[in-house]
Design a protein around this ligand. Structure first.
Ligand SMILES: C[S@@+](CC[C@H](N)C(=O)[O-])C[C@H]1O[C@@H](n2cnc3c(N)ncnc32)[C@H](O)[C@@H]1O
Length: 273
């Protein structure tokens, strides 16, 4: 069982550059994005952006840039995809992965709270798994809408972290862990408010699509698992070492028998500014 004493878990995505191992966050996103259900999320978001050929799309919080490159293939040579991310490490990774590619994708450091673009710069703006980490959702959403041209499209996806399920015999301990993980995110519940929030912001033609992701054991270990390990180690979760080991044991056994099950659900919203 990997026990990490640093606060390096998936609730810490606003501090990638100051983490003791920024690459951990890159590996985390690679694990997540390889899950088949993430392909379905990407397709829903791409559809939500409307016809893509020749469009200029912004991907806010682009991470490693894999999604931006996928979109760049869809906008074609007449279009362009700009990816921005708060983390220099992520932008460096995105640029490195794009080196030598002729796809129309470019990357820059940028903060969703203060985007360095004029009003209405983009035909579409996409934000996947970023808002849940933002300190101030009003600032973030207003910026996303500000840089989208009138009539342009937005596409957003976030998890509702209280929807994380895991087949575990200890319901009480598992509920404690899931609720602590959810509440550790600044906006762990924001996805259930997405529709009402963007309707209130005047977005029209809103579509909301639920997505449930079956978590591989590796992804579960990296997400809820790493949170539980680091939070117990730092004293944020009052579990004795034996309790932590007892919580992991049935999960490890289930995985060995090919019987591990966990899932998490999120919501993809799209609409017109
Ligand atoms: C969970 S990752 C998602 C990355 C990418 N959207 C994907 O789905 O593969 C969250 C990303 O948001 C970035 N991020 C966090 N706070 C941000 C902010 N205020 N502005 C822009 N990006 C931010 C992180 O650096 C990280 O790359």
């Amino acid at each position: 069982m990997p026990v990490d004493t640093g606060l390096q878990h998936s609730g810490e995505f606003t501090r990638v550059d100051s983490a003791k191992d920024s690459n951990w966050f890159i590996r985390f996103m690679d694990l997540a994005n390889a899950l088949p259900e993430y392909g379905a999320v990407r397709r829903t978001l791409a559809e939500g952006l409307g016809p893509l050929t020749g469009r200029h799309i912004l991907d806010v919080g682009c991470g490693t840039g894999d999604d931006a490159r996928e979109l760049a293939a869809l906008v074609g040579p007449e279009g362009r995809v700009t990816g921005v991310d708060l983390s220099e490490a992520m932008v460096g990774e995105a640029r490195g992965r794009s080196a030598g590619s002729s796809l129309p994708a470019e990357f820059a450091v940028g903060d969703i709270r203060r985007l360095d673009f004029a009003d209405g710069s983009f035909d579409g703006v996409r934000v996947k798994l970023v808002r849940q980490h933002c300190p101030d959702l009003d600032e973030a959403d207003n910026e996303v809408l500000r840089v989208t041209r009138r009539g342009g499209r937005i596409a957003v996806f976030d998890y509702d972290f209280d929807t994380l399920t895991v087949d575990h015999p200890d319901r009480e301990a598992t509920r404690t862990a899931v609720h602590a993980f959810c509440d550790n995110h600044r906006h762990g519940w924001n996805a259930r408010s997405l529709e009402n929030r963007f309707l209130d912001l005047g977005v029209t033609g809103v579509t909301l699509t639920p997505h449930t992701v079956r978590m591989s054991y590796a992804f579960f270990q990296a997400s809820l698992g790493e949170f539980v390990n680091t939070t117990v180690a730092s004293g944020g979760l009052a579990w004795a070492p034996e309790e932590l080991a007892a919580w992991w044991q049935p999960l490890e056994e289930a995985e060995k028998r090919g019987r591990f099950f966990a899932s998490i659900s999120g919501f993809a919203l799209s609409g017109t500014r």
